[in-house]
Design a protein. Structure first.
Length: 506
């Protein structure tokens, strides 16, 4: 009896280990070669990472794969003008408009912001993580940073734009609001047990020490001789100003600023699950950034770093604004980031995609092995559009019924993740249960060609307590009969996409 018990314990441990190893950093734990941000840094970021750097543990990567559904929140000075596209329009502004934009922080006062309300909304509606901008490319810090900007541009200086000395944090703590929204969101996120992802931009268009990295509106003479050192220079058709090369001291100050801000984010806000890095700097400072990544890993060993700007030193990557057509050819996990409206940031009277789009995108992405991060942005007061809240709640209702087929699932092997346009599959980690998600009402009969249950297996529709009648033969496949009462829309457990739980498979 004792021998049998020990064997059962050993078997359980072996199974648990095998599930964890599904996502353990493996031979192919690398960015796809067609990833746009991989292509932008492959000339100087080595494919093979240093042996003294490590990815998070298998358990952390497994937990990341289990998330499936989260939100990406873009909120900053750009929300005041409500034109969308986050801070990108800054590059196209006139000098006078740039100067006015840089002064917007003096008006920042989102009196409707309530971190508790945000997290309660997310938690109650099946959202498992949130990402929030701590600093976008414009350089404004949405957190209580102790770093100081020492040089900036005066866009309306006599005779034209000119560099000037300054001494300010350029942060939310210098606004009328004077509250660290990142701390409030992290505290509320921890309370509601949501995973936390802090977005951080590598480039900084306010801090002149960062010139000319990554579309910086300040460009330098050295760029003509050594363009490969600085990554992207001027954005196409964007106006720019030529200024002197940064001194070695300014370059060192830039990297110290970059290091200190990320250290603050990893130190001052409790456990952080992900750091969402964006864009890149360049070859000239890659050795310093590589050392930063090694040091950051020591602060929070289990944090997942988005791979932008750091190549295979990253832990996950993010197809943005599109869904990959098939399962990805890599062991590195991924999160699709997709704006729910026209833009990631707030636009008044935005054109939203609708809850059906959310459910169809989520089921498609999860069937392929990825996660979905829904891009939303509050307005200048700190409130989300009522249509965004409505869609989040409607998706939450669907997930209360169908979440079993989404969370902590894995894709079927090869091309078995789908049948046609309307059927998407997921499975349990032990491969004993398959979920077939029909993204259109199947009528009286659901026919599946690639699933063969064992004789006597029970098949259920999630949200419907009674087992469904079924039959199988090799010629026609699996046929699941749906009872007459389910043909009446009001009797169905949900309104969009129906999940069928199939157990004891051959």
């Amino acid at each position: 009896m004792k021998t049998v018990a020990l064997f059962i314990i050993f078997l359980a441990a072996t199974c648990a280990l095998s599930y964890a190893q599904e996502s353990f950093p493996a031979k192919n734990y690398t960015l796809p070669k067609n990833d746009v941000h991989y292509r932008n840094v492959k000339g100087y970021v080595e494919d093979k990472i240093d042996t003294d750097y490590h990815h998070p543990s298998a358990a952390t990567i497994e937990a990341f794969r289990d998330i499936k559904y989260g939100v990406r929140i873009h909120w900053g000075l750009y929300s005041i003008n409500a034109k969308g596209s986050e801070s990108w329009p800054f590059l196209m502004l006139s000098n006078e408009e740039k100067q006015a934009y840089q002064e917007l922080y003096k008006t920042w006062n989102p009196t409707g912001f309530n971190a508790e309300e945000w997290m309660k909304l997310f938690s109650e509606n099946g959202i498992k993580m949130f990402a929030i901008t701590t600093m976008h490319h414009e350089g404004f810090s949405m957190f209580d940073t102790k770093t100081r900007v020492k040089k900036r541009v005066n866009w309306i200086a006599p005779g034209g734009p000119a560099l000037e000395d300054c001494d300010l944090a350029y942060s939310i703590m210098e606004t009328p609001f004077h509250r660290d929204v990142i701390k409030e969101l992290c505290d509320a996120g921890h309370k509601y047990k949501l995973k936390i992802d802090l977005y951080y931009s590598h480039p900084d268009w306010y801090n002149a020490d960062y010139r000319p990295y990554n579309y910086h509106p300040l460009q330098i003479p050295d760029l003509k001789e050594h363009p490969e050192l600085y990554g992207n220079a001027v954005r196409e058709n964007a106006p720019h100003v030529m200024v002197p090369n940064p001194t070695p001291g300014e370059e060192a100050r830039m990297m110290a600023y970059h290091r200190k801000q990320l250290t603050e984010l990893l130190t001052n806000y409790g456990k952080i699950d992900m750091i969402c890095l964006d864009q890149w700097l360049g070859k000239k400072v890659w050795p310093q950034m590589r050392q930063e990544m090694k040091d950051f890993r020591k602060i929070q060993p289990e944090v997942m770093f988005r791979a932008r700007g750091i190549g295979n030193y990253g832990d996950y990557y993010t197809p943005e604004g599109f869904i990959p057509g098939n399962q990805e050819n890599t062991d590195m996990p991924w999160f699709v980031i997709y704006a729910y409206g026209k833009s990631f940031s707030y636009i008044k009277n935005d054109d939203f995609k609708g809850v059906t789009w959310i459910i169809n995108s989520l089921t498609d992405i999860v069937a392929k092995g990825g996660n979905l991060m829904l891009g939303i942005g509050p307005d200048v007061t700190g409130r989300f559009d009522s249509l965004v809240i409505k869609a989040i709640k409607e998706a939450g209702v669907w997930l209360k019924v169908n979440g079993e087929a989404i969370y902590a699932t894995r894709p079927r092997e090869g091309d078995l993740w789908k049948e046609g346009d309307n059927i998407r599959y997921t499975r349990t980690k032990n491969k004993q249960i398959i979920y077939a998600i029909s993204r259109g009402w199947p009528g009286q009969l659901l026919n599946l060609k690639t699933v063969e249950p064992k004789q006597g297996s029970k098949i259920y529709m999630l949200g419907w307590a009674k087992p469904l009648k079924w039959k199988y033969n090799k010629a026609t496949g699996l046929e699941i009969s749906l009872p007459a009462e389910l043909q009446e829309e009001s009797k169905r457990p949900c309104k969009i996409a129906w999940s069928f739980k199939i157990t004891a498979l051959n």
